[in-house]
Ligand binder design. Sequence first.
Ligand SMILES: Nc1ncnc2c1ncn2[C@@H]1O[C@H](COP(=O)(O)OP(=O)(O)OP(=O)(O)O)[C@@H](O)[C@H]1O
Length: 951
Amino acid sequence: MEEAPQVSSSSSKASLDRDHSTAPLATQIVAEEDLDAVNNEPAYEPDEIYVPFPTKIVGVRYYTGMVGAGELVSVVREPTNQYDRNAIRVLNASGTQVGHLPRTVAAKLAPLMDQSRVSVEGVMKNGNLSGRFAYELDMTLNICGPSNPARRKELEPLLNWATPGQRGFPIPGSNQTGVVGTSLSPKKGQRNASAAGPSNAVSQLQQEQLIAAQKAIELSRMMAGLAKVDDSARRATVLDALCGEDILELPVHEDPPSKAKGQLKNDLLRHQCQALRWCIAHETPELPKRETAPPVQFWQFRKNGPQAYYFNIATKTPQSAAPAIGRGAIMADSMGLGKTLTMLSLVIATLDDVPSAHSNATLIIAPLSVLSNWTTQIDDHITEGTLRTYVYHGDGRDAAAAAMARYDVVITTYEMVSRDWRGGKLAAPAKKKAKTDGGLFGVKWKRIILDEGHNIRNPKTKTSQAICELEAERRWVVTGTPIVSAKDIDLGSLLKFLKVCTPLDQHEYFNRLLARPLSKADPQAAALLKALMSSICLRRTKEMRDKDGKPLVPLPPVEVTVVRVALNEEERKLYDDIFSESYASTILFTNVLSMLTRLRQLVLHPSLIPPNYLEDLRKANNQNDAAAHPPSRALGPDEVAMLQATLWQAIQDAEECSVCFDMLNNPRILPCSHYFCLECIREVISRQQKCPMDRRVVSEGDLIEPPPPPPEEEFEEDGGVDYDALDEDEAVESPPPPPASSKIQHLISLLQLIPSTEKSLVFSQFTSFLDQIAVQIPFVRFDGSMPQKKRAEVLKQFAVPLKDPNETESEDEFPVQTRRAKGKAKASSIRPSALQVPVVMLISLKAGALGLNLTAASRVFLMDPWWQSAIELQAIDRVNRIGQTKDVYVYQMVADDTVETRVLAIQERKQLLVEQAFSGTRRNETHRQKKEARLNDLVEVFGKRGPTKKR
Ligand SMILES: Nc1ncnc2c1ncn2[C@@H]1O[C@H](COP(=O)(O)OP(=O)(O)OP(=O)(O)O)[C@@H](O)[C@H]1O
């Protein structure tokens, strides 16, 4: 391979080195940057068809666009038209103009379109394919608007002119039908045929059609059920149903990168060789050349007499010129099947396939939390010298675009792409540091691989827009669970990035052909989705077996044990007192979530709740009166800083908002220390100007933002997370740590029973609880607040296997820490000090549930149960994956007779609900119903019945 060229002389660190570990890493912490960026952006709101309006396309003779009957066409404003400022163009799916809307129609629609109040789509009734001269063509305009009923009510009067006979829209509840809809029921004839039984003279074709229709209905129902299931495990089930059925029989790449060829340190497994061949085929797709050939990205080859043309079976678009087809797809193998190595072997296998108009460099974009997984996987599996790799991250990133283009692989994060992007309204801050050569945007990439591609699920986010603007010849999305629910729009965003299956990659067509009809459980759309997914998505799961019944990846068994922990006398008393005060308070049903969180924290360690919590609760119960809660006074800088620290901790602990009961999204804290999503608290304040928790008078001006992420050095110095080995002298001087709680003591006794050759992961949602465990046992730690460099170091340390102490000399291979929580010292030790290799990793559920390889461990402790059991499953998947050679033991630690035991019961019941949702026996719930159901769950934890109606 060609020798590495040098980058700018300004940084020796940035030299193009085959060893990526020398590349500049993060100098600024952006904890969980990418996901937060996504969450903080405006939500997407789907629209629906209000009315279909029959009209014409005029001026057809002046344009070259061809259309066929039934074809979907775009309707686009043309405000610069010199003859008519209301002009509206009609384009076919390839973007070629067919004509205009009549002036009278355009005059009515243009103002509504200009104000983005409606969107308009066309469906052709006839076409101009025959070549016969036409002045006009017939079409139907579907006029669409927001599905929100209040906004629809406002808009309908403005569209009366488009309703049949201009009689206006049907009054809700009347039997008129004004809007086209789709029905789930089979067609009348089909139902009769089915009822008559197989002996009836129904042709085989009809039977097959009927079965297909029923399957599609089932799929549609599953899709509809997804809208209310916020559970990635369930989404994965739908994904499995959508992706191709023949994937176990896929052909294997005959000459993959290998050990023998000196490229890999471990040979690819069979399913990876299959994936490699599938990936290469998807990078080099070819349009069909015969009428009998299967469609490629929905394009068929057809003939009309001697005239050959391509026909898009999704949009019914004919065109004579060869349509553009995209290169790339979605790699969605389930967690732990080795997608990383598969994608790296794709890079290696195609190194000689050098593009003519692009560089030969592959850009990998990953969330910060899994960035180091790529570098580690390269170290572990790729022979040195095979790939020239560069990590582009942090403020110190200074490789010039031209230099980056000469690497084989450049690894970066979503945040870095956003920062280098200069497009759009949000570009101003990026401009300050922008390079003259455009950074990542200055390279024409051979290939882009998006790891955890759902980070671009919301097309309105800056990240999503930036990523779609990167230039590349081939595009890949790697994800364990792409969300394909009808409401969530991430699949549309993924297609937009991938630029495959045009025009489904355009929001308008995705919405028309998939998102909207799917939300109405339209079987045709479900069938289209299935066809789409099986053609562009590779999905295998660990549970799959090959034709000989062998698992795809043989893994040792996993045993899960629920460990019941009794609280000690003191904890029990405090718990019972707080529980009964909370019980009394929940009559209001407003602060139930916050009280539940405090109870959950209390059973982990009493120090996790505020010192005067019980007294405050009692006081609050005695004065449920707004008058007792005066408006907030002006706060001093110290008080603001303290509140910000509280909010920061809540974000780290993935706490939920007490208004929407979802994870805090763009959170704010009030002077009374209660925190909410910005959107939720704004809505509450607009109605009642009181804190929903303690009814203190508040205004928007009282909302305090989270603190900015501290720079990396601060993390090193402030003791928040101390990664240096503990200095023994200092330890002697430090005051003793707080006593271990019952849960921690139980954890310690279990850890002591574990064989000395085994490593353990200790997961908790609450990083403050990890702090408490940290003062009791030696550990390494991984959480969302850690800078990237530290994360990589910790993972590397932990990956070192333990040696049997009987066989090894005492070695100080790595420091094992006990946290000096602001100067406090360590208490006990799990390991004989002779063996200084990390044995226990403390890991936050939020930061550690996705994308990490921790197969060095075989024991998993889940310290606090929650009803999002999917996150716990993802945590277990960190150890239950390729590379795991030992049996895995999972201990779910549950404090006896507390909220935790009830949470477990709810977890089981939820499982049932989710199954019902998937079998279609439950109807769709509205957002409010969902919220109420959640509130009922919360209240049930207190052993009460929740509200049944909107309060
Ligand atoms: N051919 C192979 N031989 C040996 N080990 C392998 C092989 N392929 C993958 N692995 C190991 O399997 C583990 C899982 O791989 P990887 O992280 O790529 O999974 P993944 O599918 O990306 O999972 P996730 O979706 O959780 O990120 C890693 O420890 C990796 O080193």
